[in-house]
Design a protein around this ligand. Structure first.
Ligand SMILES: [Zn+2]
Length: 189
């Protein structure tokens, strides 16, 4: 047994959805005075707008609830790797507009400019130069309705993903069973 030593604590700050209390929103990457609009609650579907107060607390308001339609979104890392190839990501998301013909509408703006990729990558922070909240690190390619039998743990085969996203087949190749460039399949954060 070693000597007793102090541990390092890491505090991560979330607020609960003000409508349902179930959805969680991480906000500690936003500085006081920073506003956002709108984040969707994955649990109940309301839209939440807010501002971080001078005291560092989120002040929020929320919109009416609309039915969610599960989707899959194909994104592409905006900056290429050294060999010129682009990393792709497929994420599980939702269309919050309640109509199938609206699937994908607004996603180009959402992913290219609006949302912080930490919201869906599930990592603490992304740093691009001195920017600790870089939006548009990944750019939107396509959004499709998520198949009813989609199972993220099992749907990593390249051909299956290419059926959903034909653009992938042009962008990626498979060498000895390994995708190149790599493909990330991630749940929405
Ligand atoms: Zn909610």
């Amino acid at each position: 047994m070693t000597e007793t030593i102090p541990v390092t604590l890491t505090v991560k700050k979330f607020f609960d959805c003000p409508a349902c209390g179930q959805g969680e929103f991480r906000y500690d990457h936003l500085e006081p005075g920073r506003s956002w609009g709108s984040w969707a609650c994955d649990e109940c579907g309301v839209w939440i707008d807010g501002t971080i107060s001078a005291a560092g607390l989120p002040q929020v308001k929320y919109s009416e609830k609309l039915p969610n339609i599960p989707t899959l979104v194909l994104l592409r890392l905006r900056k290429p790797l050294k060999d010129g190839a682009f990393v792709h990501a497929v994420i599980e998301a939702k269309c919050h507009d309640g109509k199938e013909d609206l699937i994908g509408s607004g996603d180009e703006f959402l992913y290219n400019e609006h949302t912080c990729p930490t919201n869906w990558l599930g990592i603490a922070i992304i740093i691009d130069g001195e920017d600790t909240d870089p939006h548009g690190v990944f750019e939107w390619v396509a959004t499709v309705k998520r198949p009813d039998d989609w199972d993220m743990d099992n749907e990593r085969d390249f051909d299956g993903l290419c059926e959903l996203f034909p653009a992938l087949r042009e962008a990626c190749t498979v060498i000895d069973g390994e995708l190149t460039p790599p493909l990330i399949v991630a749940p929405v954060g």
